[in-house]
Design a protein around this ligand. Structure first.
Ligand SMILES: NC(=O)c1ccc[n+]([C@@H]2O[C@H](COP(=O)([O-])OP(=O)(O)OC[C@H]3O[C@@H](n4cnc5c(N)ncnc54)[C@H](O)[C@@H]3O)[C@@H](O)[C@H]2O)c1
Length: 470
């Protein structure tokens, strides 16, 4: 099918490349000329595992091309809208990019086509979008408006496209659902050559969930808000564990074994960030408010999340006593591993607060350095975790990249000024860190003292005197 995808960001470019990979002819558009120029040159504007291969292969075979929105929409049988919906000052979603795209579609497209809203939008946006398209139509254009919220996760976006749990679509009539299912057929039937896994065994047919457009839009906001609530919940449990001398890892493990609760999203830390959760929770609260529902529960979720940064900074102050003049290493800047996205990343607030208090910060991230440098030029960026830790009086683990779990602790011990690790993601093995002579502080668990001389076979002692478990 001839498809256009508007917006070449994390969602749009992934969608465009994956649709081309399963056999469609795709034009991907963006209003950012610089981004288009990069893409036409075979370069990606951001990092996402496997995406570069897909873009290159499908550009070469002619199934994926890059264009302006005006060019891309003409002659399309289906148009996916994947532009950004950032938060306004009052927390509502800014829908201006969607409105601009709607106008271009209405003025350029003739005949009929599917218009598929993939951006995360407030409930009833689809209905309004349909009205806009009709209002501005100048060439006898008819469309089926479909809400098709996106659930991909940055860092595993390609995998999520090919192996989703569910594809949710909101339609006004059944024929539209049937046409969209044609586009997704290889994914629904898992009948593609998997570009992610060799000898792919993941093949599990996703659920095809058909609803009305309002419900589809709500499914997306309600899902993200629920996950954010889980994170804030376990973060509060972590605080309680710190106060009473319990271990949140064990509490979360025990809780997560209950299938009604599930183990996912029970990892305590410095809170959620990124381009989705913070803005989606805010927008959901505003949607509820405007509809006369007081969703106070979610306001608390936001408040708990905002306090996580201060909670982490307090831990740093407690360990270092005075921040001014300290050399601090920050490991990880991206809002989560396997992406270079630093939008609303907790690292930004943490680094800025430390610099404001007079610390010198050296930072390392495997992928996000350039994105971070563009907005925080005051930081010294390093090429390795060891370089960042050189002469440091504290190492802060802010993003749980797998590479930090594979650190050579003995080597690290030789470069730091003071062996102190404050793990904001509970990503490290406390015993292993302490065995290398580091004092280890994490979230919702008792600090573990550095072990200068470990007696073979004995686990290190925790400060509360209880033996730690591995
Ligand atoms: N990033 C995620 O993990 C994720 C997951 C699910 C849903 N979403 C939702 O998908 C949407 C897009 O998110 P993203 O992370 O891809 O954003 P993004 O900022 O990476 O990409 C948006 C792109 O749209 C382009 N754009 C903006 N206005 C335009 C216009 N008028 N015409 C053409 N292009 C325009 C921008 O230049 C940008 O390249 C948002 O609503 C987001 O909430 C994101």
């Amino acid at each position: 099918m001839n498809i256009s995808v508007i917006g070449a960001g994390y969602v749009g470019l992934t969608t465009a490349a994956c649709l081309a990979e399963i056999g469609h002819t795709v034009r991907c558009a963006d209003n950012d000329e610089a981004k288009l120029a990069l893409l036409r040159n075979g370069q990606l504007p951001f990092f996402e595992p496997h995406l570069e291969d897909l873009v290159r292969r499908n550009s070469r075979n002619g199934r994926l091309r890059f264009a302006t929105t005006e060019e891309a929409v003409v002659g399309s049988e289906a148009i996916f809208i994947c532009v950004g919906t950032p938060p306004l000052e009052n927390g509502e979603a800014d829908l201006s990019a969607i409105a601009n795209v709607a106008r271009t579609i209405a003025q350029r497209v003739t005949g009929s086509c599917l218009v598929i809203e993939k951006s995360t939008v407030p409930v009833q946006t689809g209905q309004r979008l349909k009205r806009q398209l009709e209002l501005y139509s100048t060439r006898g254009f008819h469309c089926d408006l479909i809400s098709n919220p996106e659930f991909l996760r940055e860092g595993s976006a390609i995998e999520d496209f090919f192996h989703p749990d569910r594809i949710v679509i909101g339609v006004e009539r059944q024929q539209a659902a049937e046409r969209l299912s044609e586009i997704y057929r290889p994914v629904l039937e898992q009948s593609f050559d998997c570009p992610v896994h060799q000898n792919c065994s993941v093949k599990k047919n996703p659920a095809w969930v058909v609803t009305d457009t309002n419900s589809a839009e709500l499914i997306k906001h309600a899902s993200n808000s629920f996950l954010a609530m889980k994170i804030s919940f376990i973060n509060m449990v972590a605080d309680l564990c710190e106060s009473v001398g319990a271990d949140v890892t064990k509490v979360a493990l025990g809780m997560g074994m209950d299938p009604r609760i599930g183990a996912a999203f029970l990892n305590p830390g410095i809170g959620f960030g990124g381009f989705c959760f913070p803005k989606d929770v805010q927008a959901f609260v505003r949607i509820a408010e405007k509809s006369g529902c007081d969703f106070n529960l979610l306001r608390e979720v936001e408040k708990v999340n905002k306090r996580r940064i201060e909670h982490f900074l307090e831990k740093i102050r407690k360990e270092l006593w005075v921040i001014r003049g300290r050399k601090i290493a920050v490991w990880g800047l991206a809002f989560k591993p396997n992406t270079d996205d630093v939008r609303f990343a907790p690292s930004l607030e943490i680094v800025r607060a430390l610099i404001h208090e007079g610390a010198t910060v050296k930072a390392y991230d495997p992928q996000a350095t350039e994105k971070a440098r563009a907005i925080m030029p005051e930081v010294e960026y390093c090429a390795s975790p060891y370089e960042a830790a050189q002469d440091a009086e504290a190492i802060l683990l802010v993003t749980e990249w797998p590479e930090f779990r594979a650190i050579d602790w003995q080597r690290l011990r030789g470069v730091v000024d003071r062996p102190l690790v404050i793990d904001g993601r509970n990503a490290l093995d406390p015993a292993k860190v302490a065995e290398s002579g580091f004092h280890y502080v994490s979230i919702g668990r008792q600090p573990v003292l550095a072990v200068p001389n470990v007696i073979e076979g004995e686990p290190p002692l925790r400060v509360d005197g209880a033996a730690s478990t591995r």
